[in-house]
Design a protein. Structure first.
Length: 120
C-alpha cells in the first residue's frame, strides 16, 4: 500500500495535529518526518504510523493510528506504547544484524516514544 507524503498528510494531518495538541498542549504544528504501515505478520491488517517532529518543542513522536470504534476515544493517533516500541526496536536490530552482524553487535541503538531531536 503506497501513498504519497501529500496524500498521507491530507488524510491524517488534522488528526495528528489534534493528538499533538493533547500530548504537548501547544498548537500542534508538526513536520512529518516519515510515515508508513506496520503489520505484525504478512496477513495482518496494517496499522498506519507517523514519525513527526513538533515545531514547538522539537520533540520527535512515533504515533500509531488506532482505529477502534470505541466512542470514548476521540483521538485516533497515539504514542506507541513502550513495550511495543521495544519489540519494534528489537526487530529492527535483528534485521540490521541479518544485513551486517558486526554492526548489530556494536549497536547501542535505543529509542523512546518521544524524545528531543538530536538528544538522547
Amino acid at each position: 500500500m503506497q501513498r504519497s507524503r501529500d496524500q498521507f498528510f491530507l488524510q491524517h494531518g488534522g488528526e495528528i495535529r489534534e493528538s499533538l495538541i493533547m500530548i504537548e498542549g501547544d498548537d500542534g504544528s508538526f513536520e512529518l518526518l516519515a510515515h508508513g504501515w506496520l503489520a505484525a505478520k504478512q496477513d495482518d491488517e496494517e496499522t498506519p504510523f507517523a514519525l513527526v517532529r513538533s515545531r514547538n518543542t522539537d520533540r520527535v513522536h512515533l504515533l500509531l493510528r488506532e482505529s477502534n470504534s470505541d466512542p470514548r476515544h476521540v483521538y485516533h493517533w497515539h504514542r506507541m506504547r513502550s513495550d511495543s516500541l521495544r519489540a519494534l526496536q528489537n526487530r529492527i536490530v535483528r534485521l540490521r544484524g541479518a544485513a551486517a552482524p558486526e554492526m548489530a553487535r556494536r549497536s547501542n541503538w535505543m529509542v523512546s516514544a518521544s524524545e528531543k531531536a538530536g538528544g538522547r
